[in-house]
Write a protein that binds this ligand. Sequence first.
Ligand code: GLC
Length: 592
Amino acid sequence: MADEQHGGVSAAEWWKQAVVYQIYPRSFKDANGDGLGDIPGVTKQMGYLEALGVDAIWLSPFYPSNLADGGYDVIDYRNVDPRLGMLEDFDEMVRAAHASGIKVIVDIVPNHTSDCHVMFQEALAAGPGSPERDRYIFRPGRGEAGELPPNDWQSSFGGPAWERVADGEWYLHLFAKEQPDLNWKNPEVHEEFKKTLRFWSDRGVDGFRVDVAHALVKDLESRPLDEFPADAVSAPLDTSGSNPLWDRPEVHQIYREWREVFNEYEPPRFAVGEAWVHPDHQYLYASPEELGQVFNFEFAKANWCAADFHRAIEEGLASAERSGSTTTWVMSNHDVVRHASRYGLPQVAARAHHQIATDWVLRDGASYIEDRAVGERRARAAILMELALPGSVYIYQGEELGLFEVADIPWDRLEDPQAVNTSGARQIKGRDGCRVPLPWCAGDLPEPASWNANFGDGATGTFGFADRTEGAPAPAAPHLPQPLWFEDFAVDREEADPASMLALYRGALQLRARELTATGDTGLTWLEDITPEAQADKVVAFGRPAASGGTILCVTNFGETAVPVPEGEVLLSSIPLENGVLPRDATVWVRA
Ligand code: GLC
C-alpha cells in the first residue's frame, strides 16, 4: 500500500501536487435547512467535488464553538458542533470522500482554545498559580491594583491583547478575547494536541491544516513584559527571530513531535502550516521532519502584474527546494478578499493592492470601482497559470464559480470579530464578504428577501432531511445574506454553460491531473524568449513535461498588447483566441 503508484506519484506523497478544495463548513451546503452549512451537506455534494476533480478537501473548523471567530474558537477539538452534525456524520463524510477518491484534511487550531473550552474553565476556577492556569498565559497587571494590562499589545482583531478575569489576573489573546492563547511550554498542552491528532487520524483523516502555526511559542520571559515593543503583534516579519510572539525558533520542536505522530500512520499523515512568516522562513515549517508543507501566500498578496507573479513563483519554488518539499499556491481563502474582486480593483504599486482590497471592504465597497468584467477575465487567466505550476493548489470554495466579494453586507449582519471589535474610523467590515453561503441552484427566484439560492434543503432543524419537497416549510435564511447577483453564479447555471468559470476549472483540473501531475515531475522551465524583449516584463511563461509526451507551455499575458501564441497544439485558453495571438489578461496552455 505504502508505495502504490498513481502515475509517477507514490500513495504516501499524494499531497505533493494535490488540488485541495477548502470548505468553510458553515457556508458550503446546508442539509437541514437551519441556515448553517453542515457536515451532511458536504457528504451530499461529494459528487460535485468529484466532478470538479479535486484530490482533497480541507474543512475549516466544524468543532463545537461559540462562533466568536467563525469556528476558530474551539470548545472541543474531538467532536462535531451539534449544529453541523454528529461524529457519525463526520465518519460518513470521510467514507463518501474516500469512495470518491478524495482525501480529507481537517483544521487544527493549536494557538488558542475557546474561552468555553474545559481547560480554560478549569484554569479560571483553579485560580492564580495553579497548574490549570499554567496551560494558558496568565500574568498580573500593572498599576497599583493591577488594573492595567501587563503591556500595551493589541490583538490581531483590534483592542487590547490582554483580558482581565474576576480574580484580577490577565490572560493573553492574540486574537479575540474569546480565544485565550495556550502556553506551549506546558507539557500537558503538547499531550492534549497529540491526542487530538491521533483522534482524527484514527477516524481516517488524511491530513491537517495547522492554524497560525507560527504563533505557538512565545518569549515572555527574556525581559519585563512592558519592555517588549508595543507593536509586536503587527510588526512586519523578518527572519531575525527577535519578535517575541511570531515565528520563534522553538516552535519547530512542536512540529518535530507532531511528525512522530503523523509517522505512526500508514501512509503518514500530512500537514500544511498556515504561517504568515517572511518568505525566507517558510521552508522551515515545510521540512519533511516537520509539517511537510506550508502555505505560500505570495499569490494572495500579489498585484495583477507579471513581476509580482514571476517573483512569487520563483520564491515559492526556491522555498520548496530548500525544504525538500513542494510549494503551495493560494489566491483566495476565508481570510482574504476574493481574488475575482481584487483583480478588478485598481492595481497599484506591487503588493500594496492587498491594502486597497482591504480598504475597499473597509469602506463598504464604495471608494473604488470594482470592474467585474476585468476581475473575471483575470481570475480566469490566473487559475490557468496557477494550475499549470508544480506543487499543490488550494482552491477556496466559490472561486470555481467566479464569486466576487460581497462587500455590502449590512453592518448589523456581520459576524467577523474584525467588524465587531473595531469601531469609529478604524472599524472594518472584515472577512464575511468571502464567507457568504454558496449558491447551488438559481431555481425560480421567489421573494428577494427570502431567496437563498438553495443553500439549505429543508427547514426541519434535524439532519438527514432529503431534498426540499413540495409544501415543505422554507429553509431558514442563510446565516450571512446572499445577494441577488449570486443567482448568476449558481452551480446549476454554470453547469449548463460551457463557457462558465466552473467549466474552465473542471477542464483545467482534468488536464492538469492527466498531463502534469501524473508525471510526478515538479520542475519548471522559464521561457524567457517567448515574446519580443519589449514584452518580457509583461508575460509569465513557463514549460513543464507532459505525461503524453512533449512539453506543456503556459503563457499568461499581463500586458496591454497581444503576444504571439507559441507554436503547437492549443489545449486550453482562458478566453477564446483569435488570429494566433494571446490578448491581455489571458492564459493559454500549448502542447509543444
Ligand atoms: C487563522 C484563520 C483565521 C482565524 C485566525 C485565528 O488565521 O485562518 O480565520 O481568525 O487564525 O484562529
